[in-house]
Design a protein around this ligand. Sequence first.
Ligand SMILES: [Zn+2]
Ligand SMILES: [Zn+2]
Length: 654
Amino acid sequence: MPKIRISVLVPRPFAEPFDYLSPQELAPGTIVRVPFGRQEIYGVVWKRNEKAPAQALKAILEVVDVPPICEASLQFIAWMSDYTLTLPGQILKMVLPVVEAFEDLSKKRALPETRPPHPPHLSAGQQEAADCLRESLDRAQYQTFLLEGVTGSGKTEVYFEAIAHLLERQGQALILLPEIALSAQWLQRFERRFGFRPALWHSAVTEAQRKATFLALLKGEVRVIVGARSALFLPFPDLRLVIVDEEHDGSYKQEEGVIYHGRDMAVARARFSEGTCVLASATPSLETLANVEAGKYTPLLLPARFGEAEMPQVQMVDMRPLKMAAQTWLSPALRGALEETLARGEQAMLFLNRRGYAPLTLCRECGDRQMCPHCSLSLVHHKVQEKLICHHCGHMSPIPPQCPACQEVGTYTAIGPGVERIYEEVQTFLPEARCVLLTSDHLTTPKKIAACVQQIQNHEVDILIGTQIMAKGHHFPLLTLVGVVDGDSTLSGSDFRAAEKSFQLLHQVAGRSGREERRGKVLLQTFLPDHPLMQALVAQDRENFFALEAEQRQLHGFPPYGRLVAVILSGKNEGEVEKTARLLARTFPLHGKAELLGPTPAPLSYLRGKYRWRLLVKTEKGMAPQPLLRHWLLTRPPPVSVRVQIDVDPYSFF
Ligand SMILES: [Zn+2]
Ligand SMILES: [Zn+2]
């Protein structure tokens, strides 16, 4: 007869754990199978419940034969639930992502092959930084480092040393990479250095692999996991080292479901397991720099390597006085540089962060613009599919033969360039050049990406034309020219981080040019040559530019000098959404350190068939906004037809 009452957290959206009866004492973190409504599901023992067992309670069905989830993971779930204002069960769902794995427990797993490792020769600067990380791992106390150095300064080798040190001892390491599916070159380096393949965790990993990795991790058999942001929730038994590569990268932010910033959660996860956290970047975020300034993070600065990998020379092309021929976007300077580069037998890349053929499709006669029927967004013309596509909801429609507004036939015209159109332009003026398009529309699988990278490395391609997926990680020795088609494109919009993000992106793009012994060149086409961003890129002066940025943020109390929380209301009924937003604004509690901005229609005021309104809460840096939000939003729950999304520390504003 079961005697003990235990509380079990289940991976469902409830605020509290549920009570069950157990025949024996079970440690917190134990994974159990329990009846839940008419289902049987897996949950985690949350705590011993001191109340007397009641007859009406159901009994747990099974104790899963794996070690309990560690204390640090449980603390992390509770903390993150508090921080992001989401229910703990929703976070548990990310901690136990493949419970189906428990049915495979009896299966045997093949051990990974290993080869001898290849330790590299480190420069004095790298050695010094690696020593700091090794010492931190030996102290086994929480510490976060900012590992900063320009492209080619050898940040990866430094954190590889920390992994090597950990492998000689105990515990696990987690490495987060942005766009992990694109990281074939990184994985090759890892294998060469350590002689084995790390376990991978991202959306392109097969279900069978995920299950095997998950079980092996729970049993402590996996030492190193490389993954996307979702990997940081895995129940590592003894996580001692967390590395966030390209820590400034926007892809660490999860914008749907449980909304969080992977970098910040990684730091917290390391804190709960008394681990070492390394944030690596050539262009650290202002948030991270502010934490260094406040003494919370320890800076490790790598000097550029002498001789090799000199940073490319950045030149501006002032587009204002140029009389460009119709439907062309490449200046004479850029065209000339492309020809010269190809004549030398080298490769070039053209960067434009705009997918498709043209961002706008207008009727020549009446100006009617093709909009997504479900979103307040223009449809983007894609040549490959010969369709108009919405980049937010995926809606597709053919190009209308007749304008629905003025009834004229064949009047729709593509306005402005996307990468597909630049491809067309290059082919017209350099018909001999072998070009390849690099966008998420063309490179849809890791296999296609790997094949394309190989083609470029084999010099079967002369000109790469792509969006930001090419800005990351790849290393092509023959690539010596980067042309930025529209340096101004990411500056517009309502995002207070626009200048910072533009700098990080363009700096990263520039870094693709001229690695190893050939010095690279970057041509930056702009209509805003006097803008501090362009000046900073040419002078390669991140410090002054970011100081200027920081000043602006400080002045307005924006992050990292203040806190922001976005509250997005959405629903099918426009009037109801607006009414709810206004009501919420009226009930916002008066507080000396908190301010409400809005309500206003969200920048994307109509998305996937729903109207959206936004309220922004701004608090002073020292004040945690969560208690205020909890109190405020609970006083008057919105009608069920209006969805409330809370984004603590918002990164995108749409
Ligand atoms: Zn028309
Ligand atoms: Zn849409």
